[in-house]
Design a protein around this ligand. Structure first.
Ligand code: PRT
Ligand code: MG
Length: 218
């Protein structure tokens, strides 16, 4: 963590896009477009503020260990990573979706649950899935995947998936149906606790500006 620089960790795609208006409210403008540049460190209009581009699931790690002073992370990634050492001052209400259970249209989920069958569940979100099925009293065999969960029930790898859903179009396109909504997800501002002490004033200003620009509805 370079001492005088403020480093903000973001992931490319929806989180980057939806964070731009919040940065604008803080007077921060990113000077390069991540979709056009191969750079992983992007300068801003402030010489002492930069953006680093990392995988969405790596944002909590960067911020926890001080590779970045602050970051924007989906609640899904935060829960899976654990929130130790992270200050989470704001629910930014961006990049909204939900974590759901989905199965093939022709799989009788209700019946499987009622009968107490073991359920084979494929997911990237093993902590969320484990806790959810344990609370329901359903025994599961967990299959850890890193992407394209939708394929698992179609190939016989799993009976069910636990994945993020927003419009539901991806499920529909793959003949899957949502059978449980586990939790609503949005992205949070996360801050390194040591940085918050060392760079208090500048980080506070950014946090306050973000707070003033959080979308109110939907
Ligand atoms: O893509 P990559 O493997 O690099 O990482 P990632 O998928 O973790 O990152 P990214 O950038 O795709 O998502 C970052 C964050 O955005 C997630 O951690 C969520 O908090 C949030 N978010 C909001 C979503 C979605 N909506 C979303 N719809 N993340 C992923 N999706 C995917 C979902 O996994 C599914 O494959 O979109 C598909 C479903 O979308 P619908 O609209 O068809 O339902
Ligand atoms: Mg993705």
């Amino acid at each position: 963590m370079s001492s005088n620089m403020i480093t903000l960790a973001l992931s490319k795609g929806r989180i980057f896009e939806e964070t731009l208006p919040l940065l604008a409210a803080a007077g921060i403008e990113v000077l390069e477009d991540p979709e056009k540049s191969r750079k992983l460190i992007l300068p801003t209009n402030h010489a002492d503020v930069r953006v680093v581009l990392v995988r969405a699931s790596d944002v909590p790690t960067y911020v926890e260990y001080g590779g970045a002073d602050m970051g924007v992370s989906g609640k899904d990634s935060l829960i899976e990573h654990g929130t130790q050492g992270l200050y989470q001052p704001l629910d930014l209400r961006i990049a909204k979706c939900r974590v759901s259970v989905a199965v093939r249209k022709d799989f009788d989920y209700e019946r499987a649950v009622k009968q107490g069958s073991r359920l084979k569940v494929a997911t990237k979100y093993t902590s969320i899935a484990r806790e959810f099925f344990a609370a329901k009293g359903v025994h599961v065999d967990m299959v850890k995947l890193y992407g394209s969960m939708e394929l698992a029930p179609l190939t016989g790898l799993a009976d069910a998936i636990v994945d993020l859903v927003s419009t539901g179009n991806t499920l529909k396109a793959n003949h899957l149906v949502e059978v449980e909504r586990i939790m609503d997800i949005s992205s949070y501002l996360v801050v390194n606790q040591a940085a918050l002490k060392l760079k208090r004033e500048r980080l506070r200003r950014i946090i306050d500006a973000f707070a003033s620009a959080i979308p109110q509805s939907s």
